[in-house]
Write a protein that binds this ligand. Structure first.
Ligand code: ZN
Length: 316
């Protein structure tokens, strides 16, 4: 039951051979989203073959292929309707099924990356047994996914529950890559952070200016040491993510909220803040548990591998 799995992010692509929830071997390569999905697949294929060599698994023993893609993916046909602005821009026209069939001739399944991460947490992680779950993935962008009555909420085209990172927060906000204005992820996501920091008048006096990369890991670390700009950026991001959590509760009434993506590593600060914000501002007057993804950064790859073993059809 070994599966070739790929979790395609905005910064890196995780590639693995997964067997019944166990990652036998994993590699990360750069995503280079401006190059498009076809070129990404051309770079993914040889790495999967290398992983086979390293694990001693024959190619013919790979039973399916699973791809988690940062895109709006139709639940039945697998049609890719929309991608984040400028990233993997060829994806809606790229004939992914034909490419996989020609290259590997194996059953394949692909879906939105946040859906894959939530599927991983439902099967193996913190959401096991939950019926109604909302997930926020905080990484390069901000993704959301929702399961209701035990089933992934998709709507007709795959958009339902997925666009929490693209809810408008300010009507006067600038254009987002998705076409909307003033979106959540323009305010608090890893792609938006470096410009926010650099444009602040506090930047030159901040320890962030000396960091090799401006990440939320650095922001939370330096905020803990009292850096003024880091504290401002952290406070802003916490508020944005808490608003996103509140919106998910208002819209979907989940039993559980799960936080995934790299930034969820700062859950010790984020979760208490969210609870406080939700108590103060959410219509729901009951406690909604909030937990970091138990599978951490591996939720997407384990989730898509599980979905591939369950749902892969050669025709997709
Ligand atoms: Zn947007």
């Amino acid at each position: 039951m070994a599966v070739w799995a790929a979790d395609i992010g905005g910064t890196n692509i995780k590639l693995a051979i997964v067997d019944r929830g166990r990652i036998l071997r994993m590699r990360e390569i750069a995503a280079i989203p401006a190059d498009g999905l076809r070129r990404a697949m051309d770079r993914i294929a040889p790495v999967w073959l290398e992983l086979c060599e390293q694990t001693g698994i024959a190619q013919c023993d790979i039973t399916a292929i699973g791809l988690a893609i940062p895109a709006i993916v139709a639940p039945e046909s697998g049609k890719i309707w929309a991608v984040p602005g400028g990233k993997f821009a060829d994806a809606p026209k790229f004939k992914l099924a034909a490419w996989i069939d020609k290259k590997f001739s194996k059953p394949a399944y692909w879906c939105n990356d946040a859906h894959a991460a939530l599927a991983g947490e439902l099967k193996y992680g913190v959401a096991r047994g939950a019926k109604n779950v909302g997930m926020i993935t905080m990484g390069t962008g901000v993704g959301t996914a929702v399961v209701m009555q035990g089933k992934a909420l998709t709507g007709t085209h795959g958009l339902a529950g997925n666009a929490g990172g693209h809810n408008t927060l300010d009507a006067g906000g600038g254009p987002c890559g998705c076409g909307n204005i003033g979106c959540v992820e323009m305010h608090a996501s890893s792609w938006a952070l470096p410009a926010q920091a650099a444009n602040s008048p506090l930047f030159s006096q901040s320890a962030l200016a000396a960091e090799a990369a401006i990440t939320y890991e650095a922001v939370f670390r330096l905020a803990g040491k009292g850096d003024l700009l880091a504290r401002q950026l952290r406070a802003h991001a916490l508020k944005i993510w808490a608003i996103t959590a509140t919106t998910l509760i208002h819209n979907y009434d989940p039993d559980l909220l799960v936080l995934g993506g790299k930034i969820a590593q700062c859950a010790d600060v984020i979760v208490p803040y969210m609870h406080k914000f939700i108590r103060a501002h959410c219509w729901a007057k009951w406690n909604v548990p909030i937990r970091p993804a138990a599978l951490g950064n591996e939720a997407g790859i384990k989730g898509i591998a599980y979905l591939a073993t369950k749902d892969a059809k050669r025709s997709r």
